[in-house]
Ligand binder design. Structure first.
Ligand code: UDP
Length: 471
């Protein structure tokens, strides 16, 4: 039986990329499963890629309705246009529902869109940012924003020591912190997440208490994140949301049946699944090293190489994959891959969703981080959670074939493999517990839903974090 709607209606607004739509859409599904009407608002260019049970979808404009980011060409132009057009169309969307049966009473927005809070407040409704990075990464950027960590960092300030975090060397820090001049627009976007947080009614983080609770406690004054993750389709964790086998958003067509058919012929935990997510673009040299490293390992593999990357592969290598040792696909359903019993290791760029998916499904990992928060996630995968190893790059920033082969051997059969598998099983269970009924994340979502309900019953919007705000 579907839960009864209690009159709350939440707009969920992700940044329009795969790694942001997935967790926010999943959060919308959790709200819907608890009786809140949830509508995902996303750009015209991405709206047709969304299809999720019980979630309405509405378009908003980023000013580039035919081609999205690619049409804008530069980050600066895109982000400014998104802010201007997005604010306007979000406001129109809220107005559209004002006299309907389900007026909107809250906007849960991607923390990359601090302007969405202004729009929510103009309409007198709740506003809550959703952070898609790990809590540890949020806590680092938050400290940079507050001047606790100053950029550029000096030699003598390293390793960076922060409460509840391991000592962080330069290679462990997000690339925008390592080299602030490298991507100024992205660094600026990271830092715009924090200035108006004190005006937000609720702050959400896609992580869970057991994984990063200590980190949050220690940065609470600056970043009061409520951990509600991992935001992974229910079929892979608690199975409480009916038929929830995928995120319900795919910006590219997944080749699911090809992968499943190929995997059927492989034995348990024998195959390496390789993916660099939706954004990383490798150099030709790096692609070649990856290719020959995989071949040299003599293990079977599935490698997701996006259409735009395919030409970088050596042609002799493509011939080899037709001989059954490997399968190259332009996109797949990653969760189906990770959940398949034939997969024994995940070679990942350590994007936060991929990290949570590997962890939540208990798959040992080889981290090959390239930029942004991936470097920090890789550190935690190896050193803190012990669920994989981090492959080292040479002085040119290239992961060499021998190193990849060594890491694969270590995770599949090396000295540390038993311990890694044990840890992977432990974290899989803890992730499941957190989101299951009565788990830490489930309780946080329930609290939020209760507050929405209270606000509605009283017919007023009150500050959710107000200590006196009890129903
Ligand atoms: N993904 C997928 N199919 C693929 C590769 C990736 O469905 O072939 C999904 C993956 O499950 C994850 C998202 O794309 O949810 C990538 O997010 P992540 O944060 O890992 O990396 P990003 O793409 O943002 O760098």
């Amino acid at each position: 039986m579907e839960p009864k709607n209690h009159g709350s209606h939440v707009i969920v607004l992700p940044y329009p990329s795969q790694g942001h739509i997935n967790p926010l859409l999943q959060f919308a599904k959790h709200l819907a499963s608890k009786g809140v009407k949830a509508t995902l608002a996303t750009t015209h260019y991405t709206v047709k890629s969304i299809c999720a049970r019980n979630i309405a979808v509405e378009p908003i404009s980023d000013g580039f309705d035919d081609g999205g980011f690619t049409q804008a060409r530069t980050e600066d132009v895109y982000l400014k246009s998104l802010r201007d057009n997005g604010s306007r169309s979000l406001s129109q969307l809220i107005e559209k529902y004002e006299d309907s049966k389900f007026p909107i009473n809250c906007v849960v927005y991607d923390s990359f869109f601090p302007w969405a809070l202004d729009v929510a407040k103009t309409h007198g409704i709740y506003g809550a940012p959703f952070f898609t990075n790990s809590a540890s990464v949020c806590s680092i950027f938050c400290r940079v924003h507050h001047g606790v960590v100053r950029l550029p960092m000096k030699e003598e300030e390293l390793p960076l020591m922060m409460p509840a975090m391991p000592p962080m060397n330069l290679v462990d820090l997000p690339s925008f912190v390592q080299a602030p001049e490298s991507y100024p627009a992205y660094l600026a976007m990271q830092l715009t997440q924090y200035p108006n947080l004190d005006k937000a009614d609720w702050v959400f983080g896609n992580s869970f208490e057991e994984l990063e609770g200590q980190v949050v406690t220690n940065v609470w004054e600056l970043w009061p994140g409520k951990l509600i993750g991992p935001m992974i389709p229910s079929a892979y964790l608690d199975q409480r949301i009916k038929d929830d086998k995928g995120y319900g958003a795919s910006l590219w067509k997944p080749l699911s049946s090809e992968c499943a058919k190929w995997l059927e012929t492989k034995s348990s935990q024998s195959v390496i699944y390789v993916s660099f997510g939706s954004m990383v673009s490798l150099t030709e040299e790096q692609m070649e090293e990856m290719a020959w490293g995989l071949k040299g390992s003599n293990l079977d593999f599935i490698w997701v190489v996006r259409e735009s990357e395919i030409t970088k592969l050596p042609s002799e290598f493509i011939d080899l994959t037709t001989k059954g040792k490997g399968l190259i696909v332009t996109w797949c359903n990653q969760l189906e891959m990770l959940a398949h019993e034939a997969i024994g290791c995940f070679v990942t760029h350590c994007g936060w969703n991929s990290t949570l998916e590997g962890l939540g499904l208990g798959v040992p990992m080889v981290g090959v981080p390239k930029w942004a928060d991936q470097l920090t996630n890789a550190k935690f995968i190896e050193e803190i959670w012990g669920i994989g190893v981090r492959a080292k790059e040479d002085e040119k920033g290239v992961l060499r074939r021998e190193e990849l082969m060594g890491c694969l051997k270590e995770v599949m059969e090396g000295e540390r493999s038993v311990e890694i598998r044990k840890n992977a099983c432990k974290w899989k269970e803890l992730a499941k517990e957190a989101i299951s009924e009565g788990g830490s994340s489930d309780k946080s979502i329930d609290e939020f839903v209760e507050h929405l309900k209270c606000g509605n019953e009283k017919g007023v919007v009150k500050k959710l974090t107000d200590e006196n705000d009890h129903c």
